[in-house]
Ligand binder design. Structure first.
Ligand code: P6P
Length: 344
């Protein structure tokens, strides 16, 4: 008798989003279509990254972006891919990108009928590309406030993170994984190169309430606040008592550090300092998407004073201090950050 090995059928991203659609009778299918568009762009970006070492698309374009940072050739490719796929789709009225000063309002008959706008960092961590270290794309999806039928407005892009209806990221690493969250949960899909589809590999992700890693750029330690330094010192002291209770992991590529924290638990910290009180990370397309994802996975995210998702943004590229991860570790950090009140 031959044993039939039943290979578990893995839902593709498309099948999953359609299945989700069936759970919500009032859904129009625009979000499912939007996720398919983002998945398509991710596959194309992944293919380009995988051959980057063989073609002359590593390295820089010679331009600087508006933040004075070197623009990598793959940054431009990823930005164009995401923009074009969303513009050609049927669910997005416009985009905001880390690579552009302003928003891109599509303003055509089809796009004006779309109810969503998308903010993204097309290729975060791109300074790591030439060293073959994990990089990623980060996105947040908002329902526009402006009337459907007209062009979306810049105000549609500057909304509190709590108004996101979905958010996610793609990590281009040993495997390429797309993770996205709605209010109904967080799910991860691994790209199967054999069929060119993202397949459900991490269903119903929950961030553990505790973790054993903390992720921070230690080189700035003496520029951090008293509370942050005390928090880190106490973990190091605890490590003396209980060896290997904690370990420090910092890739310097946000998507890599956040993906590990989401799956294993832990805490990621990007504090401010005297020169940069709000730190380095961008609220709208780095902090808000991850804050939404972690809260949907029962984690937490704060800027040290308030919930990230409650921050009322003033402008598209504003920065924010960012502390995100396991709920118990965030709540413990908040006790330490009370030291900083009045100490700034
Ligand atoms: P630092 C990459 O440039 C990035 O925006 C994030 O991906 C990463 O977490 C952070 O900056 C690293 O910043 O100052 O520690 O090099």
């Amino acid at each position: 008798m031959t044993t039939v090995i039943e290979r578990k059928k893995l839902l593709t991203l498309d099948e999953f989003t359609i299945q989700q659609l069936r759970l919500f009778p009032n859904a129009t299918g625009q979000l499912s279509s939007l996720m398919r568009d983002i998945g398509l762009a991710a596959k194309r970006i992944n293919a380009e990254i995988n051959k980057a070492g063989l073609l002359d698309i590593f390295g820089v374009t010679g331009d600087l972006n508006k933040h004075g940072e070197e623009v990598k050739k793959l940054d431009v490719f990823a930005n164009n891919e995401l923009t074009n796929v969303l513009k050609n789709g049927v669910s997005c009225a416009g985009v905001g990108s880390e690579e552009w000063e302003g928003t891109l309002i599509f303003d055509d008959a089809k796009s004006n009928q779309s109810k969503y706008v998308v903010l993204f960092d097309p290729l975060d961590g791109s300074s790591n590309i030439d060293n073959n270290i994990c990089i990623g794309s980060i996105f947040g999806i908002y329902r526009r406030n402006s009337p459907v039928g007209s062009p979306c407005t810049t105000a549609d892009f500057v909304q509190p993170g709590d108004r996101q209806i979905a958010a996610g990221y793609v990590i281009y690493g040993p495997s390429t994984v797309l993770v996205y969250a709605t209010r109904h949960g967080v799910n991860g899909f691994t790209l199967d190169p054999a069929i060119g589809e993202f397949c459900l590999s991490h269903p119903d992700i929950i961030c553990p309430a505790n973790g054993s890693t903390y992720s921070i750029n230690h080189s700035n330690f003496f520029q951090y606040s008293v509370g942050v330094r005390k928090y880190i010192n106490d973990m190091q002291r605890w490590n003396e008592q209980v060896p290997d209770a904690f370990s420090q992991r910092y890739v310097g590529s946000m998507v890599a550090d956040m993906h590990r924290t989401l799956l294993q638990g832990g805490i990621f910290l990007y504090p401010g300092n005297a020169d940069k009180p709000q730190g380095k990370l961008r609220l709208m397309y780095e902090c808000n998407p991850f804050a939404f994802i972690f809260e949907a996975a029962k984690g937490e995210a704060t800027n040290g004073k308030q919930r990230i998702l409650d921050i009322v943004p003033k402008e598209l590229h504003q920065r924010s201090q960012f502390y995100c991860g396991s709920s118990n570790m965030i709540n413990r950090l908040k006790q330490y950050l009370k030291w900083d009140i009045g100490n700034r």
